[in-house]
Every structure is written in structure tokens, then in C-alpha cells.
Design a protein around this ligand. Sequence first.
Ligand code: PEP
Ligand code: MG
Length: 583
Amino acid sequence: MASFTLHGIPVSRGISIGRAHLLTPAALDVKHYLVPEEQVEAEVKRLQDAIAEVHRNLQELWTELPKEAPTELGAFIDVHVLILSDPMISEAPLDIIRSRHYNAEWALVTQIDELSAQFDEIEDEYLRERKQDIQQVAERVLKVLMGTALPAPPPVGEDHFQPQMIVVAHDISPADMLAFRDRSFVGFVTDVGGQNSHTAIVARSLDIPAAVGMSQASRLIEQDDWVIVDGDAGVVICNPSALVMEQYRARQANLMKARKRLLKLKKTPAVTTDGTPITLLANIELPDDCGPALEAGAVGVGLFRSEFLFMGRGAQGLKVPGEDEQFEQYRKAVLAMKGRPVTIRTLDVGADKPLDQTEHTALNPALGLRAIRYCLAEPQLFLTQLRAILRASAFGKVRILIPMLAHAFEIDQSLAMIEQAKAQLREQNVKFDDDVDVGAMIEIPAAALALPMFVKRLDFLSIGTNDLIQYTLAIDRVDYEVAHLYNPLHPAVLNLIAMTIEAGRKAGVDVAVCGEMAGDVKLTRLLLGMGLREFSMHPAQLLAVKQEILSSDLARLVPRTRRILRAMEPAAIAEAVEQLQSL
Ligand code: PEP
Ligand code: MG
């Protein structure tokens, strides 16, 4: 098999080696997990039973057909019965379960995708259109399977029955990415996507090597090809030679060792060499992420992206979570953090995190009804979330963080709604923390340029560098074609960040960075030099950032950083930032 290398955008660090698993959009709609050896025959039977039930349903439909029904209707059912009986549907997916250990839904969809691709090649239009019948039959079976789904088994480790798999797809939505949390995938490769798209962010939070913007990967890589993902370089090697494989395995082992060494820093307080304490917080998507956050030594949660509780529910036919369901999730995180603060960001939907994948009509969604704009337009939804968050504040330290604020009236309306939610709870005699801190994400340049408006009204600020960069440089963070323009070191970006930190310091309002810059060790010293004292990042990045802090001397960093902020030449800035690391 020919070996080839693809270059794209590195988004999640580390090296993974495994077999390619090509994921089509259809496959993303169903659950996919690997079935343990001892459950394979039970899974085969589950699919056989589902097929048998659809057979019975079709027979019933036939017999119940009213006399006056058009003849095509009977013929239509016949076609479905024929398709269902064809070994391509009734046998081949069973073989996939047995050979690849896929769960029944995944095996069926895989087979349907292969068949569909074959149908696309057919010249005869009539025959080509039969593809739809096959898909309809598959949908009938999937519907029955949905009612008999077994819980997915826990993830498998390195030495289990299947080689580790690497997902290769054209695109993966953030919600789909989140669903991979419990699966046995070890790497991700997509054709599209940017460094700080939410898909990339979730890959980082799962701590799985990933590379995006590979343009043709899903066309060039074939099912079961051996693939190496170098998440540091953004390189994917398909069918590597034995020598290359060996080199990467050695690098992988070294990385593992370095990670183990970092674990020793877990309990070490994050303090610079001159004795300044630094607060290291975790970014989480779901309450279960609190475990890894504590293991990494986080002293709290700096960003709980609550929208992930709202996403990916369409496939299960569930609407947005109600107050009680949300409350349970927020309380779970608060209790898990055992008294440490949990900063819950209110719903940040829109742009690349649509609430409903099908309702995506805005021409320019990143500039549209996103985040707080959406919440203020949907006051009942917002109030429900605020009540749920406030109720959780009775169980530990909670802070409320509002995304995408730019206007004074948005801040005022948000604060008024928090008061309204409090009043509603008081009326019901429900306990909450009356002094809950409220903060703003600074992620729109207008906000960073109008800080007095913010520090006057709010208790803390958190800089969302991902969006701040997107909106300052006018580049879509999801679009790989402009990914090369996404530069955290652009002087405009650096100055907006520095201004925010300084304004917070002067006003006595805490400022954190919770965008991806906070977890980039190459930028730790620059941010320290700007005066940043609170960093919030994925748990997997925390110990490496702490290591950097432990050897940083603020007295030396501050004057250098001042000079960097005055510089306007990108090459000079990049060089000076690199030099900070050898100080
Ligand atoms: C940011 O914009 O930097 C941020 C932390 O929020 P998100 O990435 O979820 O938009
Ligand atoms: Mg943001």
C-alpha cells in the first residue's frame, strides 16, 4: 500500500497510531461503539431481531392495506421486503459486527453507506434512485434498534481486542465530537475545520491527538488504512513504512514519559520564582470533566461551556434540557469540585454550535444571534437556565459568566434577568447564593475597547481569546481557508488583551483568560508578563502550564513584555515571545 503524508492544522497535541475509521455524515447520526467479544453474538441477534420485526411490520402493512389504496403502495412495500431479505442487508451487517465489533446501528449504517456509494456509480437513473429505498429500509431497522439499544461499553484500552481507531471524516460537529468521549477512538482527522473551532476545542478537551483542515483526507485515506496522527505538527501519515512507524512509536513513548513526569507537579502550588501565586482553572464541557480537572490540580472551573448540555439532543428526540435537568448537571459539577469555584457560562449557542443542526439559516452566523444575543431574545429559556444555575449555587461556590457582551444594555438586561430569576426562586422558597458573582466574557473587540462600562457593572472578567481573535482579525475560526490568518500574536490582539488585564487590575476586578491561549505553554510567559494571574484551560494542558509558571520570573518578564506590546512587526514579536521562554 502506498504511503503518503498530508499536511493540515494541528489542533490537539500528541501522537496517535491506529487504523482509519471513515465516518460518513449518516454514520454520525447513530451511536457507534465497539462491542466486547463476549457480547458480539448478542449484538448480532439484536440486529437479526430488528430485521425480523421490520419484516413483520411490513407484512402487517400489506395485509392492512385498504382495498382502494393505489397499487403502487403495495408494490412499494414489496420492494422494501425484497431489499430487507437481500443478503446485502440481512447478512453483510452481521459480518461487520462479527469482524469489526461494531454495534448493530453502526454496522448497518456502514453497510448502507458502502451500498449507497456503489449505487452512485450506476449510470441508469432509475436504478440509481433505488438507493433511497435502501435508505428507507435501513431507517426502519434503525428505528427498531433504537428501542433496544444497550448502553455503550466503557472505552477500551491499548491492549484490547481491536487496534485503536482513528476517525477520518469530512467534518465533525462539536456535538458529535463530544459523543466520542466514551468511544475507543484515539485520533481525529477532518478535511475542514480551524484551530479553534469548537470541534477542535472538544478534541483538545478529550486529550486526543487531532489534525484538521486536511482538505482531501476523507477521500484519500481508506477504511482500515494504518494512520499516524501527529497532533503537534498537523501531519497525517497514511500507511507508514515500518521505519517511520517505529520512529513515531518511540516519540509516542517519550511523550507518555514526559506526561508522567508532569504528574508530580499536581500538588505543587502554581507560584512564580518571585513568589507570585497564579490561579490555574479548568475549562469543562460536562460535569464529568471535573474528575480530570481535579486530577490535574485545577483550583476551580474557570469555564463550564454549558451549551454542551443543550447540544446533540436532536437525534434522541429531546428538546432543550429543563430547569431540573440543568440544575442536576450544574450541582453535579459544583459537588465534584468540592468547594472550589465553578464558573458556569450561560448558553453560548449559535455560530458553530447551533442548537438545532437543521435550523442554520443565518448568512453570517458568527455575527448573528449568538450567545447572550440569543438568550436575551429567548427570555424564558434564559431565565430557566439562570434559575438552574442559581439553585446549584446553594451547594458550593458558583459564578455566572455571560458570553459575547458588547453593549451596556446587554449587561444591564442580563443583570436584571439574574435578579428576576432570584426573585422567582425566593418566591418559591428555594435556596441560592444571593451574592453570586457575575462576570463578562471579553471576546468582542468593542468590549475590550470599552472596559469602564464592564468593570463598573460586573464582578470579574474572562477573556475569550478564541473569539477575540476571530472578531479582531475578521476571520472565521472554523474556516480552514483563513486559518493561516488566525494569529494570537497580532499586535492588535495582544494590545486588546493587555488593556483588559490592566483595566481589571486598576478597577480591582479579577481578569482571567479562558480562551485557548491560556493553555498554550509558548504563551504562558507573555501572559504573565502582561499581568495575568488567572488562567483557565483544558485539564490536559494544566500541568505543562504550571511547569512553565514555576520557572518564570515576573521581574524579568514584565519589561520584556512591555517592549513586545509596543512592537508592530510580526517577526520581531514572534522572536521576542520565543525568547521569553529562555529567560
Ligand atoms: C473564547 O471565545 O475564547 C471562549 C473561551 O469561548 P468559546 O471558545 O466557547 O467561544
Ligand atoms: Mg467565545
